[in-house]
Ligand binder design. Structure first.
Ligand code: COS
Length: 370
């Protein structure tokens, strides 16, 4: 791979930097305003082809966008990443033309927000163990079950939901469905009170005797698990970009803080400079892993290994950078409203969601040993 961004990608990177600094707010409520502004710029469907109402941009450019937004507001970055790579790509990759026509342009222009409902109380890391049932009935299916930790739960307009036709038959009976928010029987729970990423709604999603017509089944019966896994490959690169953006933000904040200290006559000791040098080096490594994973995905090749490496490394770095940068800035960074405290709180979830970093190691090792 080429280790530099193209002229065009560099230009876009500048555009995204400017957009994130000038237009993304860091408030503490659901960031609808940020999503509206992103939609105006075409950023809610950035890698979706123009024929389906998107901007038709390459996947690496989309990753640069998520990185810059997450640097300023990680919750907004997470919502747009989920909306795009596991909320809109299901339609793009697996939808029929009729399903695409019905939903994709609305998702790509930000009129609809997309979400992904796979996780259950007893099926988190072991996604194939899910228990939500889809019972065939006249003209469609009846769904019953409960999903948990759904990003944008209650806010999203379209959910890609995974259910089993017959749990005894295992992974090959898992099937994917497209469910609109006002469908009778779809009941989002209250937003979870979380330690971080508080601007992003995370809820349960109850499915009670919910009827889905055959026309809203995504892919064939039994294809759901592979659909979920292949979507998560792309999704994990988005989460990696979120980690990269947060790590950068923490390190950039700390560099500026230490420079100000130095200008005020305080000496930066060797211990501090070693920590900073290590973080900056790991940041470059994370950047290369994330951009490389995006290039592999863009090439059309399977990117499971590269995506998992990038997700694991960049999100672990976000947590490490937030922790160490608080050490470097001292007790003042312990204040609840301090930017480093927010990065620290926000960095935990990305190590766990879209597959915990232990699961990423399983994916990497399986790809190496196959
Ligand atoms: N793309 C396409 N197909 C894939 C795939 C991928 N990335 N990953 C797995 N598959 C296929 C496999 O090839 C296999 O197909 P065959 O039976 O035809 O060979 C099938 O799916 C089952 O795969 P596997 O045996 O690896 O499934 P496991 O039950 O062992 O699960 C892990 C593997 C643990 C990796 C999976 O459950 C996982 O990713 N868990 C985390 C879930 C997650 O990220 N949840 C977050 C939800 S959003 S917050």
């Amino acid at each position: 791979m080429a280790f530099t961004l193209t002229e065009e990608q560099l230009k876009k990177q500048q555009e995204f930097q400017h957009f994130a600094d000038a237009e993304i707010d860091k408030g503490d409520h659901f960031p609808q305003e940020n999503l509206n502004i992103a939609a105006k710029h075409g950023y809610m469907g950035y890698p979706i082809p123009a024929e389906w109402g998107g901007q038709g941009q390459d996947f690496l450019s989309y990753i640069l966008l998520i990185e810059e937004i997450s640097r300023v507001c990680s919750s907004t970055g997470a919502i747009i990443a989920v909306h795009t790579s596991v909320g809109s790509f299901p339609l793009l990759y697996f939808g029929t033309d009729e399903q695409k026509k019905r939903y994709l342009p609305a998702l790509a222009c930000g009129k609809m927000l997309g979400a992904f409902a796979l996780t259950e109380a007893d099926a988190g890391s072991d996604a194939a163990a899910l228990s939500t049932t889809a019972t065939p009935v006249d003209g469609g299916y009846r769904l019953n079950g409960c999903k948990i930790f759904i990003t944008s739960g209650g806010q999203a307009d379209l959910y890609t939901v995974f259910a089993t036709l017959d749990k005894a038959k295992g992974v090959n009976s898992i099937t994917a469905f497209l469910i609109e928010k006002d469908t009778p029987g779809l009941i989002p729970g209250k937003p979870e009170k979380k330690m971080g990423l508080n601007r992003s709604n995370t809820t349960e999603l109850m499915l009670e005797d919910l009827f889905v017509p055959v026309s809203n089944r995504l892919g064939e019966e039994g294809e759901g698990f592979k659909i979920a896994m292949s979507l998560l490959d792309g999704g994990r690169i988005g989460i990696a970009a979120q980690g990269l953006g947060m790590a950068r933000a923490a390190i950039e904040y700390t560099v500026n803080y230490l420079k100000a200290e130095a200008r005020a006559g305080k000496k930066v000791d060797q211990g501090v400079s070693f920590s900073l040098a290590d973080l900056a080096t790991r940041l470059e490594a994370a950047r290369l892993l994330v951009y490389r994973a995006a290039e592999v995905k863009e090439s059309g090749a399977r990117c499971s290994k590269e995506a998992s490496m990038a997700k694991m490394y960049a999100t672990d770095l976000a947590m490490e950078a937030a922790t160490k940068c608080i050490d470097l800035c001292g007790l003042t960074a312990m204040r609840d409203d301090h930017p480093l405290t927010r990065y620290f709180r926000d960095a935990k979830a990305p190590q766990i969601y879209e597959g915990s970093n232990q699961i990423q190691r399983i994916v990497i090792a399986r790809q190496l040993l196959k």
